[in-house]
Design a protein around this ligand. Structure first.
Ligand code: CTP
Ligand code: MG
Length: 556
């Protein structure tokens, strides 16, 4: 064991440098154990939402002078921030200092008169900037610097990993290369804000809030954008304004259930997005799902969006993951690597199906880190015990209370390296009794499975739900086989440790290569024992004979 891993150090060291770098580029809200107070989830959401409301999205001609563009827009007020990116064409995200500037810009903007087609007049915050006389444009610098909104290609990532200095460095490199950037985060909040404008035509006091991996600190560039149409504020207003003996209520339409109300609302908003939403294409209403949703592509931002409503618990679970991600810098690095490993071996997919999801993998990593000795992450029960009266939160009868001020949670004393944790993660789940045990981050220990799904991960708030109910036995077996194989590869490398070199894959990079077990499993039937059993036995024999066996995972 190295005495401390790279990021678990105090200000003045590498961690502080990384932190400063993150702060200066603004790419990470939180995420290392330095002394800087970390923002609450609700504070981040509030600030970002307000920032998005002062922001516009402009489709630009491909050749444009940045200086003139900014000067032109500054007529409407000072600009706080801007960046360009390429989607279907060149786009600019421009954040004004004041919200009034947006209205000023809208007031001088015209609705295009089209030739054979007709425009549906909708005054949004998505604009197209046209050149009045293209020939009159200057011949000065044509290409504006563009900010990338996609993750590095597998080839590029592979190269980066091969050139890293250590396995710890590889995990950190992978995190830095694939996490959401400051600009991508702003674009996500802006997209929600633009959808809010459309939904606001029906429900003026609604809010559209991002949740899931866009905000829980585990988002990867290119991940989908989960949105929550929040209508609760509308209800709240009226509650405050009652006084005296009278109680005033709105006359409303009644429907038989909450679910039907959700379906009706989403159906109308979906229709609106389809008919009037600038750049909203491929709108699908998936209203019979357990959690009804409207799925669409937002062309200008390039995001695949899932809009839900009446889904407040998911927002709370995003907050919980945000807290776990911010408590210790090893958490996100490990989660990103495990997710990338799972994707590389097709354990996860962008298409819904019988596979493990990223959300389930994140829960598995959190659970594993709760099981270390000393634990790296606290249990949800512990976070609930730390909660104040203001943190109390009951949603639809489910207890969603936990401490929201992450500065009051004591950092872990565990100093294990990422390298060790990655190896131990694979070993832990390569040997986990999935047939009888359930993964439970609330208590931080295995529970007996309450039902017979192959993989059981308890939803931390709706405790009767299994978040991985969709996973089949064969998909779980594939996960276990690959976990064992990866543990084996890391052990082998430990023994005859190849010196890191840019020429050959090593460490984490090896784990992302096509699996040996997969090819062996084709011939599996001919053999007495499946490949993964043999790998497991080999691992055990190394551990019992070798001096450098892994530390106790506490979980077996
Ligand atoms: N969610 C849940 N139970 C599930 C699936 C999802 O509570 N069975 C909630 C989680 O809060 C999750 C969010 O819905 O974060 C969004 O789901 P999804 O998009 O599937 O996962 P993400 O965490 O956003 O990860 P990804 O990057 O794969 O989109
Ligand atoms: Mg998502």
């Amino acid at each position: 064991l190295r005495p401390s891993h790279r990021l678990l150090s105090r200000p003045g060291t590498v961690a502080a440098d990384v932190r400063r770098e993150e702060q200066s580029s603004g790419s990470v809200e939180t995420g290392s154990e330095d002394q800087t107070p970390k923002k609450r989830f609700s504070e981040v959401q509030k600030e970002r939402r307000e920032q998005a409301q002062r922001t516009v999205l402009i489709h630009c001609p491909s050749k444009i002078s940045e200086k003139k563009f900014l000067k032109y827009l500054s007529q409407h007020g000072p600009i706080h921030n801007h960046f360009f990116y390429e989607s279907f064409g060149l786009y600019a995200v421009v954040e004004f200092c004041q919200k009034e500037s947006v209205a000023s810009l809208q007031s001088v903007t015209r609705t295009p008169g089209l030739g054979t087609e007709a425009a549906i007049p909708f005054r949004s915050r998505c604009f197209s900037l046209k050149l009045r006389s293209p020939s009159g444009q200057p011949s000065e610098p044509a290409r504006v610097p563009c900010n990338s909104q996609s993750p590095p290609s597998s080839k590029k990532l592979f190269e980066l990993l091969c050139y890293a200095e250590s396995i710890d460095d590889q995990l950190d490199t992978l995190l830095k290369a694939s996490q959401l950037t400051e600009e991508n985060t702003r674009l996500r909040y802006l997209t929600c804000s633009l959808i809010e404008d459309v939904a606001g035509a029906y429900f003026p006091d609604c809010a559209v809030r991002p949740f899931g991996s866009s905000v829980n600190s585990f988002g990867k560039l290119g991940c989908d954008l989960d949105m929550f149409l929040d209508l609760d504020e509308i209800g709240k207003f009226s509650a405050h304004k009652t006084s005296g003996n009278f109680l005033m209520e709105f006359q409303v339409k009644n429907v038989p259930s909450e679910r039907i109300a959700t379906q009706k609302i989403l159906s109308v908003i979906g229709e609106c997005l389809d008919q009037f939403g600038p750049g909203c294409v491929g709108v699908q209403k998936i209203l019979n799902a357990r959690c009804p949703l409207v799925r669409f592509s937002h062309q200008a931002s390039g995001f695949q969006c899932d809009l839900t409503t009446n889904n407040r618990i998911a927002l709370k679970s995003s907050e919980l993951l945000y807290i776990y991600g911010a408590l210790d810098s090893r958490v996100r690095a490990l989660v990103f690597s495990v997710r990338c490993w799972a994707r590389a071996h097709s354990l996860t997919s962008s298409i819904p199906g019988a596979w493990i999801t990223n959300f389930s993998l994140t829960m598995m990593v959190i659970f594993f880190l709760q099981r270390r000795s000393p634990p790296i992450l606290p249990t949800l029960d512990y976070l609930e015990n730390l909660a104040d009266a203001e943190d109390k939160c009951i949603i639809e009868g489910h207890n969603c209370t936990f401490i929201c001020d992450l500065n009051r949670i004591k950092p872990s004393e565990n100093t294990e390296t990422l390298e060790l944790l990655l190896k131990e993660f694979f070993e832990y789940f390569g040997n986990f009794a999935f047939n009888k045990n359930s993964i439970n981050i609330r208590q931080g220990r295995e529970q007996n499975k309450p039902e017979s799904s192959p993989l059981h991960i308890q939803n931390p708030f709706e405790t009767s739900l299994n978040i991985s109910k969709n996973v089949t036995q064969s998909q779980l077996q594939k996960f276990v086989d690959l976990a064992r194989e990866s543990a084996w590869i890391l052990h082998q490398q430990d023994k005859d440790r190849p010196s890191p070199s840019g020429n050959q894959p090593w460490g984490l990079a090896t784990l992302l290569l096509p699996s040996v077990t997969n090819s062996l499993s084709l011939a599996k039937k001919k053999r007495k024992k499946p490949a993964s059993e043999r790998i497991k036995n080999l691992l055990e024999s190394i551990k019992s004979s070798g001096a450098e066996g892994p530390t106790d995972t506490n979980g077996k």
